[in-house]
Design a protein around this ligand. Structure first.
Ligand code: THU
Length: 128
């Protein structure tokens, strides 16, 4: 069955600026109103300033006023489904909580899991 969140992440992946790694990623987050916010990875010649697709999507959503999130999709062209990196897990945890994460590739393979499974015992504002 078609999932509009995966479709959105697959589409935005085409905009990735993966000049150095050639590794294109698309992400989409759905807020509690149902609106979908998308992001792709944007690389930089200094490498370290690269921003992952997930963080672009979350920051775009926050910037549009979204505050509560239901689901996140991550799409890459890998046989073994690509999970969010550590930095993105932290950002996703802080802004989306224990959200549902859908991993998908271009061949239609998908896996759904919760962020808490990928990122147990997170540090967050509750410790401050
Ligand atoms: N990347 C993402 O955008 N999301 C992920 O989940 C994994 C990695 C990007 C960062 C960099 O542009 C490229 O993929 C290779 O690491």
């Amino acid at each position: 069955m078609n999932d509009p969140l995966i479709d959105a992440a697959t589409l935005v992946r085409q905009n990735a600026r993966a000049t150095f790694s050639k590794f294109k990623v698309g992400a989409a987050v759905q807020d509690d109103t149902g609106r979908i916010h998308t992001g792709c990875n944007v690389e930089n010649a200094t490498y370290g300033l690269t921003v992952c697709a997930e963080r672009v999507a979350v920051f775009k959503a926050i910037s549009e006023g979204a505050r509560s999130f239901a689901r996140v999709a991550v799409v890459a062209d890998t046989e073994s489904l690509t999970p969010p990196c550590g930095a993105c897990r932290q950002i996703l945890w802080e802004f989306c909580g224990d959200v549902e994460i859908v991993l998908a590739n271009l061949a239609g393979k998908t896996e759904t899991l919760r962020l808490g499974t990928l990122f147990p015992r997170a540090f967050d504002a509750s410790f401050l």
